[in-house]
Write a protein that binds this ligand. Sequence first.
Ligand code: NAP
Length: 260
Amino acid sequence: MGDLIGKVAIITGAGSGIGAATAECLADHGAAVTVTDINFEAAQQTADIIGQRGQQALALKQDVTMREGWVEVFDRTRTTLGVVNVLVNNAGVSGAGLDRFEEEGGLDAWRQIMNINLDAVNLGCRQAIAEMKETGGSIVNISSVMGLVGGAGPAYNASKGGVRLLTKSIASYCGRMGYPIRSNSVHPGYIWTPMVRQIAEVHEEVSSEAELEEMLRLQHPIGRLGVPEDIAAGVKFLASDAAGFMTGSELVIDGGYTCV
Ligand code: NAP
């Protein structure tokens, strides 16, 4: 339980779901964490849970699409918790039902989803490279099984596929430049979070959350949907020195979703 002692991590979108579980998990293993979210109250709630366990957490409001905000998040973290050596780009939206190919308004939705899910990951990575190029660190980008196979909305699929290759490009770049930064992506199957529960509202074939859960469960050979802690454990590994030989790789945590 102490394999992240000395690590200082920033986790975006950590007021909910996978991000919240990841912040808690990294703190449980010894990291000091900055919990950011567009919803400050939610970020504060996660930080409070961590603080109540006697661990270090700083809550900040951050819209990941805002470039200047990234500088501030790294500055505030450095002055409050220490030099940052882990960035988890987790914030994202599903955009479920918004970017259908043949619907008016679909293109606007596409741009919005790409901005949050892909462009903002690039912003975070650029800042992390600038911060970590001397001191070293680990970037973990939350992609999806939808970054490996089709099946979601076009913007979600394209953004998550983009995150997968952006992650590899950063790994390759940092290697060429001699920067001691590892960069890996994580590809969750369906995890029962507010983002997924929301799909029930727009899915044509289901009329309730329970129906959605059962339909999705059947797509996972392991026989259940994921929980945020399943993903947090993988992120924790990639953030730790135990993953010291891993860069440019994709960690699939999907209950077998992509094996069928
Ligand atoms: P979630 O419960 O909805 O949490 C996402 C968090 O990100 C929310 O607190 C959300 O705030 C926040 N957020 C949204 N836009 C933001 C922005 N512009 N700046 C900062 N924060 C923002 O979702 P989740 O299921 O945990 O998903 C986390 C990540 O895992 C996402 O990247 C998602 O694509 C990926 N993922 C999820 C699944 C899954 O099945 N759940 C599967 C594969 C990959 P609001 O709620 O206020 O919008």
